[in-house]
Design a binder for this molecule. Structure first.
Ligand code: DQA
Length: 153
């Protein structure tokens, strides 16, 4: 089995494409998954993609999948603003995590400005629409190639 990248989407992201399209666009979650999969497979990696509306499920998935993952792309949905159990799971996972938000949360309601994963992720991509997921995938794959090349010397 090829090494894997984990794509994790939190509450309400199963509704992408239908949900508030003026904010989140019309691309569905399965389109996003297919586009991210194409990127990671081009780099010889495998994609595991999961979505849940429940914080505990996201914690379970991280605990289960992190040991086999070279990195994770996480859009925590609203859990980004208060999900401390998810934050603890990200720390415990000890893999590079990129946090993605489709919308620019800093231009929206004040409760969206606070991001509890901010200091435990490698970086965040906000406000670039679904391209954020693709850029995060490119970054994780490039880092993985760089690290594997330096290990083979
Ligand atoms: O569910 C979401 C989606 C979101 O994470 C985004 O991708 O822009 C931003 C969150 O504030 C919101 O609760």
């Amino acid at each position: 089995m090829h090494p894997q990248v984990l794509l994790l989407n939190g509450p309400n992201l199963n509704r992408l494409g239908q949900r508030e399209p003026h904010i989140y666009g019309t691309t569905t979650l399965s389109d996003v998954e297919n586009r991210v999969r194409a990127i990671v497979e081009r780099h010889g990696l495998h994609l595991v993609s999961k979505q849940s509306n429940h914080e505990g499920d996201l914690v379970d998935i991280l605990q289960e999948e992190a040991p086999d993952s070279v990195g994770a792309i996480i859009n925590p949905g609203a859990l980004a603003h208060y999900g401390y159990a998810l934050r603890d799971a990200v720390v415990d996972a000890a893999i590079p995590v990129i946090e993605v938000h489709i919308s620019n949360v800093h231009k929206r309601e004040p409760f969206r400005h606070h991001l509890v994963l901010a200091d435990v992720v490698v970086g965040q991509i906000v406000g670039l629409g679904i391209q954020g997921y693709l850029l995060a995938a490119e970054f994780l794959c490039a880092e993985w190639s760089r690290k594997s090349a330096s290990k083979s010397f």
